[in-house]
Design a protein around this ligand. Structure first.
Ligand code: FEO
Length: 400
């Protein structure tokens, strides 16, 4: 387990988690993740963030090849979530640092997490900086990206932004740099991460990107706390990709997410797709027993329409459909068209329940829901095709 020198005397000393498949409900399948920590060797040896507690040994192994723990002077805590600060108490005990830097909200979170006494905590705000020898570290708070305590650290001498969760990707690789892996894999990992973690904070992302541009930080490396590091031209790629995600401009695309008991609702989903495709819409049909809710969300982020189907089940909707609607709503996607469909046996409440969910997300609903008793026939499938056509037309109007 070797450290990786990402700049002269700046080392990645994090851990690769090949095994985890869940991050508080967001599926890490099939790629796992990394917890990135960075060690800067200067007059004041400085550690940026730590790792998930069970990976402490891996981080220590890498760190010890750069500096003895007791020789480390400062710890910068950019974020208190346990995947980055979970082993902070053990590190403070081992390192006995001269100072531990965090944001004002970070201090509050640190107290609430660790109930410590006597730690040498020094609060830093946006605009504050410290000198560690040949280098300065400038701090910028990034509140709600994605926790209140979040901040990033900039080292101008290295043109390096240690950016915490921002620009992260959940991907376990033996490579450390974004330019070393397939670009489509990288983009998908960035999109998945943004859709499932950062999306609700998109207005703040746009403001922060503007702030960073106004500050005219000279950056040639973005070092996130998950996944691969962006260097050179990839810095602009990462910034532009985040702006694109945050703007949430809809594409000519629809997601049909459904569950089915006896394939009736499934047949309806396929018929709706036919109507959409008549308008040239890129359709993603996602059966919810085969597609995790985080995979659905990764498709929803750039879709113009979200069409949801469920048979009526116990006077409501099927559990997988309730789960995905709840998940999508929590991530606050903007600017979507919605529609509901489903089969029923005797009471038929499912389309009403789905419609209420879609309305609660402020989706435009240009088509009446379609519901079918028991098994769809030619006539009812034609209604589904027509629903697809109406949504397809609305998508064309929306995306131009
Ligand atoms: Fe990667 Fe918010 O923790």
């Amino acid at each position: 387990m070797k450290p990786v020198e990402i700049k002269p005397d700046v080392f990645w000393v994090g851990a690769v988690d090949w095994v985890s498949r869940d991050f508080h409900g967001y599926s890490l399948s099939p790629m796992g993740t990394t917890y990135n920590a960075y060690l800067v060797k200067d007059e004041k040896i400085t550690l940026f963030d730590t790792v998930k507690p069970e990976f402490q040994g891996e981080m220590l192994c890498r760190m010890a090849q750069v500096a003895k723990p007791e020789d480390i002077d400062y710890i910068v805590v950019n974020h208190l979530e346990p995947d980055h600060a979970g082993c902070l108490p053990q590190m403070i005990e081992m390192i006995q640092p001269e100072k531990v830097f965090c944001s004002p909200m970070g201090e509050k979170a640190m107290k609430a997490h660790f109930h410590y006494e006597g730690w040498p905590v020094e609060v830093v705000k946006t605009g504050d900086s410290i000198n560690i020898g040949k280098r300065d570290i400038h701090f910028v708070e990034t509140r709600m990206l994605h926790w209140p305590d979040s901040m990033v650290s900039y080292i101008p001498q290295d043109k390096l932004l240690v950016c915490n969760d921002a620009f992260g990707q959940n991907v376990a690789t033996s490579q450390r740099f974004a330019d070393e892996i397939d670009r489509a894999v990288l983009f998908h990992a960035m999109k998945e991460y943004y859709a499932n973690i950062v999306l609700p904070f998109s207005p703040i992302v746009l403001k922060t990107l503007d702030l960073l541009a106004e500050m005219k930080l000279d950056v040639d490396m973005l070092a996130p706390d998950h996944g691969l590091i962006f260097r050179g031209e990839d810095v602009a790629y990462a910034l532009n990709t985040y702006r694109e995600f945050a703007e949430q401009k809809p594409k000519n695309k629809a997601v049909i997410a459904y569950d089915s008991m006896w394939h009736s609702t499934e047949k309806m989903a396929l018929a709706i797709a036919e109507g959409l495709q008549e308008h040239g819409v890129d359709v993603k049909i996602m059966w919810l027993k085969a597609n995790h809710h985080s995979a659905v969300m990764t498709e929803v982020i750039d879709a113009a329409a979200v069409i949801v189907g469920s048979p009526t089940h116990n006077n409501g909707i099927m559990p997988n459909v309730a789960k995905v609607l709840n998940y999508i709503k929590g991530l606050k996607p903007q600017n979507k068209i919605g529609a509901a469909f489903g089969s029923f046996g005797w009471s038929g409440e499912s389309v009403k329940v789905i419609t209420e969910w879609l309305e609660s997300m402020s989706m435009e609903l240009p088509a009446d829901p379609v519901k079918v008793k028991h098994v769809p026939n030619h006539e009812s499938l034609a209604k589904c095709v027509e629903l697809g056509r109406i949504i397809g037309q609305a998508i064309q109007t929306k995306v131009g």
